[in-house]
Structure formats: structure tokens, C-alpha cells
Design a protein around this ligand. Structure first.
Ligand code: NAP
Length: 455
């Protein structure tokens, strides 16, 4: 809440995820007051709805971010959609620019990318973003679709070898003992406890040297109880470009070493199996009214590191196909957008238009600034860099004396959830968890979240 009336500058941050809250913290450190807006009724963005629930230490970043919301200079305005008011949004970027001394867009890159192969739209073929949303309890998750696909699944294909692919593979194969310690919604735990998945095939379209997962996350796969990681040794052969990468990059060398150490794993039929396939790209999903298998083409990696099909194919059974091929950002009404890179164009965090000119008062930070890369901590540096630009501009700007956009939102009948509402939701989730012997159970239903915010 605002501490006193001696307000000098007032900034709106759009997005209450890690980038937005790190930006708010840096602004508050400089004595600037901040309204943090989020479309969802709750804060924390990808920390709540992207980081895997069984990654307890990464999720604990939430405690740090929660302290930002307790700061006197920072006000949470959740449940507020920024965009085209004529299309149903609560407030536009132009209105925010008029009500604040600056607006920082940190709304992330939450959409999925496509494989563009035949059969991709069959039921049972889902985006990792949707599966992750479901198991994290995102209010917009397609629970019915995901649970129907999960119920049919024995064999799963996960496309992509990044950290999201590892998360998805781990959650689909982990023991209930591990998952029950998380804050996953109860219906998610119930669905996963009924799962009859025996095999998960993970496909890397290039070699093990080009996988983008981090070693710590990769190693966790082999540490799961009752799960064997299997790899065909021929998939580990390195082309000259990959061998050079192993020589020059310590992370790559460690990853390849870990994967090599799994090459002699024997198959235990009583266990679940994670099969790593490299030089393997999906070319078609087969099935009539539901996906049944994936046609995979073997590839080679050229000297520039690009994958090329060899024409040699094989088929993997799959009643669930998860494409984990990266996130992408989308544009926001009234804001310049680089549709090729799926980011908001900017110079040092200052949004620029088509001509390269700076849009006065408009800034960007996080994934929508640089693309979906890096770990949570990367966003702290990124947000701080944008705040340096904001503060430099504020020094030479005329500041407003307005009260931000809350009054406007209330006049439009928008249900705004402030910090008090969030603490009530927080208490309700802890209490729901305690009733089932857990620390917390995520409330996934939007109306239930709004209701909880009022208690
Ligand atoms: P990512 O690291 O970019 O991985 C995407 C994967 O999809 C790559 O293996 C890529 O292969 C593959 N791919 C892309 N297009 C493909 C296609 N058409 N067909 C087949 N494969 C394709 O993205 P991500 O896993 O979504 O992760 C996003 C960011 O979040 C990363 O920075 C990640 O580190 C971070 N994250 C971190 C954690 C953690 O720290 N624990 C957890 C989750 C996410 P190519 O390389 O060949 O393009």
C-alpha cells in the first residue's frame, strides 16, 4: 500500500511474474511507487504456473517475490486485463500511459510453439505449456482435454530436449510419494495417480551435445524412484561439430557424460521407462480420432549445427504426444511487436516503434523483451537493466500526481484483487492443503480464487 502522500513518481508494471516483481523491487529501492497489474487473480506468473511443483527450491523464489508485494511502495492490482478495452480488456496501454509516469510490460511469453507436422491437431497431441498449466493449476488450463489424453496414455512421446521437456517427463513418471509433497491441485494428483503410463520417449532432433537442458535437471531423471532412463548407444555418436562442442563447452561435456553413463542401463520391466532418442525428429502423428503413434525420422547434424533428415524412419507408439519446443510471446494492442522474433522491440528496455524511435514512457522486461530464455534469476538482471532506463528518463520527466488506474478500473466494475485479497487466497490454499496433510493445495478455479480473496 502507499505509505504517504509524498508521491513523486508512479509506474505501472504489467505482469506480476518474476520480471515484473523484480522491476517493482528495483523501482521501490529508488523510492518510486509502483502498481503491479496482472490478468490473473494471483501474482507470481511463471513461478506459480511454470516452475514444476516438485522443484521446491526454485518455487521458493515465491517467498522472495512475496516480500516485494509487502513493500510500502508496491501495490498489487490483480485480476486486471490490460489490452483492447473494446475487446473486453479492463484498461488499455494508452490509458496506463496517461495515468502513470511510465509503464513496464513484463507479461512474458506464455504461448506454445507448433511442430507443423501432419496429425499435430489430433486429440492426445498437446503443448507442454498446456500440460504444465494443468499440473500447476492455472485457471485457464484445459483440464478435461489433458485428463482425457492422460487417461488413454500408456506410451508418451515428448518432443524437445530443453528444461521444460525434463519437467514434463519427470512429472509424468514420478512416484505419487514425490508428487503428493507438492502443491498441485487435488484433481491433478488424482489424475496422475490413475495414470497407466509405462514409457516416455523423449525426442531430440539434434544430438545430445545440442540439448538445451541443464545438467542438474537432466540428472534428476535417473534419480526418480522406480524409473529407468534408457538410451541406445548409437544415438550417442558425435558428429565433428558435436565433438567440438563437447571440447569447448563444459556444460555440454557434462551433459553428454551424464547421458553416456546411462547407456548401459538394463530394462527392468517392473519400472517406468524414459527412453532418450537423439537425431530423431517427428515427421507425422498417426491416428484416426486420437493420436496412436509418431513417425520419427533419423537426422544428422551438419557443420553449422543444423539437423537434416536422412529419410530413415521408425514409429513410436504414443497415446499422448507433448510438444515441448519452446514458448513464444504475443503482441499487445497498441504496442509495437516484432512478429519474427515474438518480442517487443526495444533499446535498453525502452520500447521502440517500426522506425526505431522510442515510445515515450513505455518499457519492457523479461521474456517479452528478450525471448523465452534463461532461468528465473536471469530476469532479475534483465528487469534491473530496464529500471536503469526508467529512472534515467524519470529524472528529466514531468511527473504526474494522479492515483494510477485503480479509480478507472473500479468505475468500470473490474474486480481488482489487491495484496489483502492475495493474502486471503494464500491463507485459503494453506488451509486447504492442511486439511489433506499437505503444506498447500493450489486453488485452480478462477471463481474460487476470487471468492477466497474476499474472505
Ligand atoms: P528450449 O530450451 O528452447 O528447448 C526447446 C527444445 O525444443 C529444444 O530441444 C529444441 O531443439 C526443440 N525444438 C524446437 N523446435 C522443434 C521442432 N520443430 N521439432 C523438434 N524439436 C524442436 O525451451 P524450453 O524447454 O521450453 O525452456 C524455456 C526456457 O525456460 C529455457 O531457458 C529453460 O532453461 C527455462 N526453464 C528452466 C527450468 C529450470 O531451470 N529448472 C525449467 C523449465 C524451463 P533445437 O535446439 O534443435 O532447436
Amino acid at each position: 500500500m502507499w505509505s504517504d502522500a509524498s508521491v513523486t513518481s508512479r509506474i505501472a508494471v504489467v505482469g506480476a511474474g518474476p520480471s515484473g516483481l523484480y522491476a517493482a523491487d528495483a523501482l521501490a529501492n529508488a523510492g518510486v511507487h509502483v502498481d503491479v497489474l496482472d490478468r490473473l487473480p494471483v501474482p507470481f506468473g511463471l513461478v506459480r504456473y511454470g516452475v514444476a511443483p516438485d522443484h521446491f527450491s526454485i518455487r521458493s523464489v515465491r517467498d522472495t517475490l512475496a516480500h516485494v508485494l509487502e513493500r510500502a511502495e508496491v501495490r498489487l492490482l490483480a485480476g486486471v486485463e490490460v489490452g483492447d478495452v473494446d475487446a473486453g480488456a479492463d484498461v488499455s496501454v494508452a490509458e496506463l500511459l496517461a495515468a502513470y509516469d511510465g509503464v513496464i510490460l513484463t507479461y512474458g511469453a506464455s504461448r506454445d510453439r507448433h511442430l507443423d507436422v501432419p496429425g499435430e491437431e489430433l486429440p492426445g497431441s498437446v503443448a507442454a505449456t498446456d500440460l504444465v498449466s494443468w499440473y500447476c493449476g492455472h485457471p485457464d488450463a484445459d483440464s478435461a482435454g489433458i485428463e482425457a489424453a492422460l487417461a488413454a496414455a500408456r506410451s508418451v512421446v515428448v518432443v524437445g530436449v530443453g528444461n521444460v521437456s525434463v519437467d514434463v517427463t519427470r512429472v509424468l513418471t514420478a512416484s505419487m510419494e514425490r508428487l503428493e509433497r507438492t502443491d498441485m491441485p487435488q484433481h491433478v494428483l488424482d489424475a496422475l495417480s490413475r495414470s497407466r503410463i509405462t514409457d516416455v520417449h523423449v525426442l531430440g532432433r539434434r544430438g545430445p551435445a545440442q540439448a538445451t537442458w541443464t545438467t542438474k535437471e537432466l540428472k534428476e531423471l535417473a534419480e526418480l524412484d522406480g524409473v529407468d532412463v534408457l538410451i541406445d548407444p548409437t544415438d550417442l555418436e558425435l558428429e565433428p561439430v558435436s565433438a567440438a562442442l563437447v571440447e569447448s563447452d563444459r556444460v555440454v561435456a557434462r551433459n553428454v557424460e551424464v547421458i553416456r553413463s546411462w547407456a548401459d542401463h538394463a530394462l527392468d520391466t517392473t519400472h517406468r521407462h524414459i527412453h532418450l532418442h537423439f537425431h530423431a525428429r517427428p515427421v507425422e502423428l498417426h491416428g484416426t480420432d486420437h493420436v496412436e503413434s509418431v513417425l520419427v525420422e533419423r537426422t544428422t547434424v551438419d557443420d553449422a549445427g543444423a539437423a537434416h533428415g536422412t529419410g530413415e524412419t521408425y514409429e513410436l507408439p504414443a497415446q499422448l504426444v507433448v510438444r515441448s519446443v519452446g514458448y513464444r510471446g504475443v503482441g499487445l494492442a497498441g504496442v509495437p511487436f516484432d512478429a519474427r522474433r515474438n518480442v517487443i522491440p526495444n533499446t535498453d528496455g525502452r520500447v521502440t516503434d517500426e522506425s526505431g524511435a522510442v515510445v515515450a514512457g513505455l518499457y519492457v522486461a523479461g521474456w517479452i523483451k528478450r525471448g523465452p530464455t534463461g532461468i528465473i534469476g536471469t530476469n532479475k538482471k534483465d528487469a534491473a537493466a530496464t529500471v536503469v532506463s526508467v529512472l534515467a528518463d524519470l529524472e528529466s520527466a514531468t511527473v504526474t500526481t494522479g492515483e494510477g488506474c485503480l479509480e478507472l478500473l473500479e468505475s468500470r466494475g473490474c474486480t481488482v484483487i489487491t495484496h489483502g485479497g492475495w493474502t486471503a487466497i494464500d491463507a485459503a490454499e494453506r488451509s486447504l492443503g492442511a486439511s489433506r496433510g499437505r503444506d498447500r493445495t493450489t486453488i485452480h478455479d478462477r471463481d474460487a480464487l476470487v471468492e477466497a480473496s474476499r474472505t
